[in-house]
Design a protein. Structure first.
Length: 231
């Protein structure tokens, strides 16, 4: 369900700019992925267990990682998705987390995370989800944070439930995995539940800059159907 396949495996140019993390926690930070992260991300995503429930992978060619990195600036600028590298205290990537299906008008988004297998069973997923929740409910002022988990991925479902996400049902034939329809469980964490839950108590320092497509207010047009960014 994670999109880390680019349309082709050409070697793109990826901008390299000095940046501060968008979110910093006790031991992990979230920042925009950079070209220099490609070798680490490729190594993590060659593990078939890591990509087992995704529509892509495992990676076989380093150019796949580079091609995916090349798509990110435009996806951010258009407000399609906010993909972030999860990095340790040495600024080394240990996985990827993202917000997708971002609905500015309805103040909602879907969160997803994948981590290298060495970080499974640690508190890395908890801290990552906490930082993303601080970004979503704080910086982006969302009201709902959803999540998907393959119905066969009981480990992911249990992790979401431990963090306070509530199961809302099953979406049948919702996701195609190697051209096979798959059922996914739908989870959600609402702002009011986050505010009194454990993820809100994880310390988080927010910074950096977000694209206008994710931060500018939206206003209704005259037909009441379309929404535009306010200047």
């Amino acid at each position: 369900m994670f999109a880390m396949k680019a349309p082709n495996a050409d070697l793109p140019r990826v901008e390299r700019v000095a940046q501060e993390p968008l979110a910093r926690g006790p031991s992990l930070s979230l920042r925009y992925p950079e070209l220099r992260d490609a070798p680490a991300l490729f190594a993590l995503a060659t593990d078939p267990e890591v990509t087992r429930f995704f529509s892509w992978g495992p990676y076989e060619d380093p150019r796949e990682t580079l091609a995916w990195l090349g798509t990110l600036p435009q996806r951010r600028a258009r407000g399609i998705a906010l993909e972030l590298a999860v990095v340790d205290e040495a600024d080394q990537p240990i996985g990827i987390t993202l917000l997708s299906e971002i609905g500015r008008r309805d103040r909602r988004a879907i969160v997803g995370t994948w981590l290298g297998r060495a970080y499974w069973g640690t508190r890395a997923n908890r801290e990552t989800k906490a930082l993303m929740a601080h970004l979503a409910f704080g910086r982006l002022e969302l009201d709902r944070l959803g999540a998907y988990a393959d119905v066969l991925n009981t480990r992911s479902q249990a992790a979401l439930e431990r963090l306070g996400f509530k199961r809302e049902g099953v979406l049948h034939a919702f996701h195609r995995h190697y051209d096979t329809p798959r059922d996914v469980a739908l989870y959600a964490l609402l702002r009011r539940d986050w505010e009194r839950g454990e993820l809100a108590r994880v310390p988080a320092q927010l910074g950096g800059s977000l694209p206008d497509a994710l931060t500018k207010p939206v206003v209704p047009t005259l037909d009441g159907l379309s929404w535009l960014l306010k200047d």
